[in-house]
Design a protein around this ligand. Structure first.
Ligand code: MTE
Ligand code: CO
Length: 440
């Protein structure tokens, strides 16, 4: 179950805990009335270069030219340059009682393209990271099947393989922002998402092997970690595009991501992607109806709740500039960059506004456009140094348009934690620093 925000904490506490350097007015509602001193960059416009003769980085011999570096035996498994030490997962200590049942966040502001490096994929687990010897791992399929089966990892790797790129988003992503701007950085507001290429076998293929009986309607997926997390998935989805995956970005799953085996439920909320997958039981009803409470519901103002909201709605966020990635180079060419995704398929278009949603320009999507995967977008601007209210709005292949936060609250109220896909606003100040705000 995703973490619940602690509403008793003050904004200052948020600030100090996340060690962000924002101003005091994080919650302020800005009216979208800023001047828009920006033009779309002319094609081929390049940042100003310094004359080579004036730059000591060119005219003097640098340390790294004087000595031999490490040999090929020094780094059997490579790690990033020490200069990239800010590109790390971070957690928010006050969010949960214990880091063993908690979440950390993908540093979206440090990344580009659509693939999340394995070591930076956010982690969400309810009972800590289970460490597994793959030789001892088994996957059992039982319940309403003709032949109950138990697979070793070796068995699973002998089925035909598929490679698919998908985003995984926790249903609680942006959950702390339902009532107003709170956390100062896209890592914290949107970092419960990652996107990798999975290698595995289709769940349909494994279920066919066991033979689902005609009264089988649901699949219960069970994890082998200390929380033994279980989730029910409708058979229709299980037979559609789910994968039982053992590799991410080519290498074995990381322990944090469910090594040696996890369920991939494309486009659907992250809690269903059971890690350390050990059992699939076919049944005739969803297991969560047997539980006292159905945990993943969205409570509405009228006391009713939305249930079975599995699909992750169309969403986007600008990752740079953003509070953790301020503009440090001054006016002139500015690359606005961000990510967009939808559980319904591909992203058709992303619009970017620099005046708090009054005017919109179509951003450029660059890189692969794959269904249920992150998309990367850019808007290349000539920034004159004036204040901006930057926003992005994604539209998916089924025509769904990302709503404003006000539209979302009008429809769902403010009780919810899950499924906040509202438009994010970043306030870019003249000095290049950036703050999380909402516009009215
Ligand atoms: N599977 C098991 N076995 N145990 C867990 O605690 N957490 C779920 C899901 N699968 C969980 C699990 C939740 S709520 C999410 S959002 C995703 O895993 C997170 O996947 P990740 O850690 O790879 O980012
Ligand atoms: Co989750």
């Amino acid at each position: 179950m995703p973490p619940k925000p602690d509403r008793t904490r003050t904004q200052d506490a948020v600030k100090s805990d996340t060690e962000m350097s924002a101003g005091p007015s994080r919650r302020q509602l800005l009216s979208a009335g800023l001047a828009t001193g920006v033009g779309v960059a002319a094609a081929g416009m390049a940042p100003k270069a310094v004359a080579a003769t004036a730059d000591p980085a060119i005219t003097t011999i640098q340390d790294w030219n004087k000595y031999l570096g490490d040999g090929v035996d020094a780094r059997p498994y490579g790690v990033p340059s020490p200069y990239e030490k800010e590109a790390v997962r971070r957690n928010v200590a006050w969010l949960t009682a214990d880091p063993k049942s908690s979440v950390n966040f993908t540093p979206l502001h440090e990344l580009d393209g659509i693939i999340t490096p394995n070591g930076l994929c956010f982690e969400r687990h309810h009972g800590g990271i289970a460490e597994y010897d793959p030789a001892e791992h088994r996957l059992m399929i039982n319940g309403l099947v003709e032949t109950p089966l138990v697979f070793t990892m070796e068995d699973i790797k002998r089925f035909p393989r598929e490679n698919k790129v998908y985003f995984l988003e926790c249903a609680a992503n942006s959950g702390m922002e339902w009532r107003g701007a709170q956390l100062n950085g896209c890592q914290f507001t949107h970092g419960m998402v990652h996107c990798v290429m999975y290698t595995g076998v289709s769940l349909r293929r494994l279920l066919e092997e066991a033979g689902v009986r005609t009264n089988g309607k649901w699949v219960l997926a069970e994890g082998a970690d200390a929380s033994a997390m279980t989730r029910s998935i409708p058979l229709e989805k299980a037979l559609d595009d789910c994968l039982v995956a053992y590799r991410m970005n080519g290498e074995a799953l990381r322990p944090e991501q469910g090594y040696p085996l996890r369920l991939v439920v494309p486009g659907w909320e992250g809690n269903m992607w059971v890690k350390w997958l050990r059992r699939l039981e076919v049944g005739d009803q969803p297991w969560h109806q047997r539980e006292e409470t159905s945990k993943y519901t969205d409570l509405l103002e009228n006391g009713k709740a939305r249930r079975f909201t599995w699909v992750m709605d169309v969403k986007s966020v600008i990752t740079s500039p953003s509070p953790q990635a301020p503009i440090t180079h001054g006016r002139g060419p500015l690359v606005i960059s961000g990510i967009a995704w939808s559980g319904n398929g591909t992203i058709k278009r992303v619009d970017v506004s620099v005046d708090g949603g009054k005017n919109w320009r179509t951003a450029r999507i660059d890189g692969p456009s794959l269904p249920k995967a992150l998309h990367r977008f850019y808007l290349d601007l000539d920034w004159d140094g004036s204040e901006l209210l930057i926003q992005s709005r994604a539209i998916d292949e089924r025509g769904f348009i990302q709503p404003t936060k006000d539209e979302l609250r009008a429809a769902r109220g403010e009780n919810s934690i899950y499924h906040n896909n509202g438009i994010q606003t970043w306030y870019v100040k003249a000095d290049g620093t950036v703050e999380n705000v909402e516009v009215s």
